[in-house]
Design a protein around this ligand. Structure first.
Ligand code: PLP
Length: 388
């Protein structure tokens, strides 16, 4: 059987895969099984921060694999301790809990909020409020947090204690908070799966001020927007916010599974022995990979991410069939005249891998994609979007 046949026969049918088998790559170029080359404008949905088979990343992973590939969290290991220090220094957050995915990072955020609120405000204060159109993961609890009804239909009953309101509607939020039962509000600064929709800065700041006044936790989901993607270390930094909890994953370890939940001053000591845990959380190889990513996200590098984002925007802006461009940094949504899936198929045919998000074409290239490849990809995307 070939890979397609094996996949069809043995893998649960949850993914609608593109008809391409990728076998190798370097940087922002990948090759399929027939030797056809593509410019990768998706980076594994914002995961391979420095591209495929990045030399520094390989060296960091290889070195750690030869030292120790895993130890239980019952013992100390240096990579995760150093990574936690680096994350706290780059954000001003106080402590970190490591896990393996975005959903788990959000689960930890939700647990932290519930435990903190129960201790500080009483057990009735347990509701987590999120935004409509949000996406926070696929576990039952993060699905319950996700503010999109269609994700909920198949999996009733959901975890109780969640509510959502439309971004921008402060009155709706105030109504939800009136009973004193809201522990935290969890937001994405740019809704990724929701269609690459950036929050309005005025709303984000009004929200943050209200939560501070009410002593309700502000939690930011930086799973997709984080680790340099927005042109800042975390997207909330573009908004001048100071969250109490930050969750991240995807690009953190550049291609190995890792989630992290960053705890701010208010909740720094919310967890005690046995309150939470994860067998693989903070795994030394994943942590070494993440250190290789995080240590390279300097101010100079992040300014270049912003510049690359502006470059591709300027190349695509106003092109026939591109109606609008949304997002931040190298997280880009294109509203196209043609259906997004048609544009993505035409791009693939012509050697560019793109993604969709709702009705948009979504671009999430590696943060270090060379300008030449970005320009070439923009040309192919423009042609694919052109309705004539
Ligand atoms: N939160 C956001 C904003 C995401 O975009 C995603 C995944 O797309 C998740 C959470 C879930 O992450 P994971 O698939 O690693 O569990």
């Amino acid at each position: 059987m070939n890979t397609f046949e094996l996949d069809q026969a043995y893998i649960a049918g949850t993914y609608k895969r593109f008809p391409v088998e990728i076998v190798s790559g370097k940087g922002s170029l990948v090759k399929d099984i027939n030797g056809k080359e593509y410019i990768d404008m998706g980076s594994g949905i914002a995961v391979t921060s420095f591209g495929i088979a990045d030399d520094a990343w390989i060296a960091a992973v290889e070195k750690q694999i030869h030292a120790v590939q895993h130890m239980s969290n019952l013992y100390y290991t240096a990579p995760c301790a150093n990574l936690a220090k680096a994350l706290c220094e780059k954000t001003g957050m106080s402590k970190v809990f490591f896990s393996n995915s975005g959903a788990e990072a959000n689960e930890c955020a939700i647990k932290a909020a519930r435990k903190w609120a129960a201790e500080h405000k009483g057990p009735a204060c347990s509701t987590i409020v999120t935004l409509k159109n949000s996406f926070h993961g696929r576990t039952l609890t993060t699905l319950s947090a996700t503010g999109q009804d269609h994700y909920h239909e198949l999996y009733q009953p959901l975890t109780p204690g969640f509510a959502s309101f439309p971004a921008g509607d402060m009155d709706a939020l105030k109504k939800l908070c009136a009973g004193g039962t809201v522990a935290a509000v969890l937001i994405e600064c740019v809704q990724g799966e929701g269609g690459v929709v950036a929050l309005d800065p005025a709303f984000a700041n009004e929200l943050a001020a209200f939560l501070k006044e009410q002593d309700i936790l502000l939690m930011v989901d930086e799973v997709q927007t984080g680790n340099g993607r927005s042109g800042k270390m975390y997207a909330y930094m573009n908004y001048g916010l100071q969250p109490d909890v930050v969750s991240t994953a995807k690009g953190l370890a550049g291609g190995l599974p890792m989630g992290a939940t960053l705890l701010g001053e208010k909740v720094r000591d919310v967890f005690s022995f046995g309150d939470h845990g994860s067998t693989f959380g903070g795994n030394p190889v994943a942590a070494a990979a993440a250190l290789s990513v995080v240590s390279r996200l300097t101010d100079v590098f992040l300014a270049d991410v912003t510049r690359k984002g502006e470059l591709i925007r300027s190349l695509l802006q106003g092109a026939p069939g591109i109606e609008s461009i949304s997002g931040l940094g190298l997280m880009i949504g294109l509203k196209t005249a043609k259906p997004a899936s048609e544009v993505v198929a035409a791009c693939m045919e012509n050697g560019v891998l793109c993604l969709t998000a709702k009705d948009k074409v979504r671009l999430l290239p590696a943060l270090n994609i060379p300008d030449g490849l970005l320009t070439k990809a923009a040309e192919i995307i423009k042609k694919a979007c052109n309705p004539v």
